[in-house]
Design a protein around this ligand. Sequence first.
Ligand SMILES: NC(=O)c1ccc[n+]([C@@H]2O[C@H](COP(=O)([O-])OP(=O)(O)OC[C@H]3O[C@@H](n4cnc5c(N)ncnc54)[C@H](O)[C@@H]3O)[C@@H](O)[C@H]2O)c1
Length: 249
Amino acid sequence: MAGRLEGKVAVITGGARGQGAEEGRLFSTEGATVVLTDVLDEQGEQTAAQIDNATYRHLDVRSEPEWEALIKEVMDQHGRVDVLVNNAGIDLVKKLAATSLEEFERVVAINQTGTFLGMRTTANAMISAEKPCSIINISSVAGLEGVANHGAYSGTKFAVTGMTKAAAKEWGRYGIRVNSVHPGLIETPMTEDLRPFTDPQVRAKAERNIPMQRMGQAIDIANMVLFLATDESSYCTGQAFTVDGGVHP
Ligand SMILES: NC(=O)c1ccc[n+]([C@@H]2O[C@H](COP(=O)([O-])OP(=O)(O)OC[C@H]3O[C@@H](n4cnc5c(N)ncnc54)[C@H](O)[C@@H]3O)[C@@H](O)[C@H]2O)c1
């Protein structure tokens, strides 16, 4: 049976590890050609080497010239880019009043500006290709409600939610769907030092407060991202899809 992404080309940012790597693995099993990008070059090369039809390219999502070069290379090589997952991101665990301008601007540059540059550069290539395409922006439950001690992060994730909705209205006429995904607490390298993952008692208590009674795993997010990448979601655009075990109904 043909995979659900047979013949499609997908670009995933922050794909060296965590959720992005899991999405690369899942997309590949569904027949996609996968371009994983990240700033962790050694890990990215290793991850791509373990996935069929995957390659790794360095891409700092803050860099406009790097985005231009990447999308040009993908178009020259494959003639198309069907799916973009804007997944790269960093957290900052800090009270807003203690956050320096430099720290704030770094989070904005990666999470917000990086998503903008990715959407804009790729959508222009998608528009010229005249094929149905899907852009999936990884926001967070912190992009739906303010989260204390993550103020800068939360602000950027709200921005991702808003840009997604605006872009969906602008690009629907070109067959480009744009949706955001809002993970709850997911077990990845980003969260491994947080107490719910380092202290079994804190974890047990946290899990009791999640309706599904467990922490999220990267595959839980990858399955939603796959749905949004395929034609199974062909009439969904501008929407925010929460994947958090039921915490935010
Ligand atoms: N883990 C969670 O609990 C959780 C919850 C909600 C949302 N998210 C979001 O999910 C996405 C994936 O996170 P994850 O959990 O897999 O964490 P992760 O830290 O494992 O992965 C993030 C990746 O982004 C890359 N990255 C960082 N800065 C970059 C830059 N300037 N250019 C390119 N790549 C860069 C990192 O190198 C890393 O590989 C992020 O956007 C994150 O904000 C995570």
